[in-house]
Design a protein around this ligand. Sequence first.
Ligand code: GLT
Ligand code: MN
Ligand code: MN
Ligand code: MN
Length: 386
Amino acid sequence: AYQPKPEHKFTFGLWTVGNVGRDPFGLPTRPPLEPDYIVYKLAELGAYGVNLHDNDLIPIDASKSERERILKRFKKALQDSGLAVPMATTNLFSDPIFKDGAFTSPDARVRAYAIQKTMQAMDLGAELGARTYVFWGGREGAEVDAGGNALEALARYREALNFLAEYSEDQGYGYRFALEPKPNEPRGDIYLPVVGAALGFIATLDKPHLFGLNPEVAHETMAGLNFVHAVAQAIDAGKLFHIDLNDQKMGRFDQDLRFGAENLKMAFFLVKLLEDSGYDGPRHFDAHALRTEDEAGVWEFAKGCMRTYLILKEKAERFDRDREIQDLIGAYKVQDGALARLTAKYSRENAQALKGLEFDREELGRRGPGLERLDQLTVELLLGVR
Ligand code: GLT
Ligand code: MN
Ligand code: MN
Ligand code: MN
């Protein structure tokens, strides 16, 4: 039981299990792992795919022959192991050229280079079979607003995304693009900081149907928001194109903890939402092992992410089968067919009829919905005593 299989669509980034434990105050604590070694290991653990930034695989200054050599080895590993590359993205944040933004840089030369680099990374992703392309605007932001970039940055961002969407269509790549919001870090403030902001921005693009969201647990949590609600809004808008699963304490630096490591109840309702909604995209773990760990700890981390997801999925099924819980939910959601028909859609007749009704306001205000009991039963179910 709880054995991950490719059909569960669990994915990791080369940069996640490959994380060497560097932080702003400390040097790496683990040696780097070769991309093809990561591929074999992930397949062995039951993952479905591996995702990458261009430079996770090909160093930014690689020669043409070096590129070919690396790519050949990587493709062989994919073929041998059966692992897929469902998602690709661009590193537009590590190199100093991007220190003041990529697509939103005030320097036209940097913006043009960022678009060029992304087209090349899209070529690479397409060659590896990727269908989803992520834009995480880590450096698209500011520490100070004295440069006057806040408004212009949005226009530049839009221009770049429109350009790249056309490029994808022109090449026949068929990418769906997923914007990944984050409120801050590495910039003091990042543009399009949360899911709702990205959703609003997508509506202003030339081809909004090609764009959706890649929400990350840690990022909405850093902003103090309810991640399950953010994902629900993305689903409601038909925009959940991808998802970054991990965990995070509120109000901290970006921790990228193992899925379920911090807030189990949130993780439970998230898994339930994803499973109930019919979301069939990858369950991507954008997290890394604690800096304290050696390589053995890295694979424990990866196994833990998938195992926790599968345990919570089973708990969600148990929740749906639990009579007492379901009865409480049934009582909580008061149904009234006649009223529902009246409020479902405006008509003059409905409005008239509604105005003529009498409600027992005091009685409705007195009624307790039973949420304490329902939540306690949820906790007990998660604690394994139901
Ligand atoms: C980086 C970031 C993640 C993004 C990745 C995609 S890179 O690790 O912290 O949240 O998903 O660019
Ligand atoms: Mn993160
Ligand atoms: Mn991250
Ligand atoms: Mn992420």
